[in-house]
Design a protein around this ligand. Sequence first.
Ligand code: AMP
Ligand code: MN
Ligand code: MN
Length: 340
Amino acid sequence: MQVMEKIIRHLRNSEHVLIASHVNPDGDAIGSLIAMGLSLEALNKKVTFYNESKIPTVYRFLPSVERIVQHTGETDTYDTAVVLDCGDVKRIGNLETETLNASPGYPTVINIDHHTTNTGFGNLQLIDTSACATTEIIYRLIGKMGVPMTSDIATSIYTGILTDTGSFRFSNTNKAAFEICNEMLARGVDPYNVAKHVYGRYSMGRLKLLNMALDSLEISYNGKLSMMTVTWDMLEETGTQNEDVDGFINYARRIEDVKIAVLIQECRNGNKSCPPFRAKEIADVPGKFHVSLRSDGAVDVAEIAADFGGGGHRTAAGFNIESTISELKSGIFTLADSIA
Ligand code: AMP
Ligand code: MN
Ligand code: MN
């Protein structure tokens, strides 16, 4: 039996399904979570929509987004957990140890994803690295389940594909992206409304933060690696949050001759005892950082991220690290030497 049929059969036999996606969610993580959850509800399943992080403001227009909880209740009530858009089960955050590893009541874990670095975790895996987004896979699954495509589900799928393909500009943009989005429009999606929420407005603080981020740009001696740094201090000064940094790395990626773009972002919820600092002034204070990597396709940044314990796709990947900023930067700049 094909894995998709096995998954559908298992879901049909489930009573209470927990749906989870990765921390600091993007449009694909939230879109696939909502689309999958609403589809299972259409099959009369009890569903818990879960994400550990606060949902970024730009995605709060999505239908049923208010259903997503940051904490789960009883640990032993789910018979199935569907983990979406996560290359590694640890990407769902604390839930992994609190609920999925809890005994008794260990749920069957279904892993649905499109990352090349997927570890193959869980009991059933539906991994398609050629899919432009996890929402592309969810679209196919929903079709096979025979669930009617409502405008709410369509809006979630459309938003996942739109954002993961960078509005049909990134290298993962495929024929399916256009075909599915075209169909989603026929199912009632309002593309202008989605674009307005996702890309349409910048707070003044976010623009100031962009200004600082652009000012932080550094280029390797050979011009092939660009690096942007956003510190906790910059967020405090502009009254912004980590979610406001979303998309900034694309400026670093677009620089002529650059093959790898890097964005180092200090984690606001990291080491609370760590005082705020300016990257250029106090470079040797230890902190927690999220590092985003983008490539023009020549270099596989998922491999680099995996070396640091992270993962992702060939052209977009990331990892988390505890380090001083100077050590982190010099370690990353040495990567430039090996770029052809
Ligand atoms: P980001 O750096 O957050 O823009 O993410 C780029 C891509 O890498 C996304 O597909 C993420 O899912 C993936 N990614 C980011 N951070 C990690 C991590 N710590 N572990 C595994 N994958 C990651
Ligand atoms: Mn994602
Ligand atoms: Mn994705």
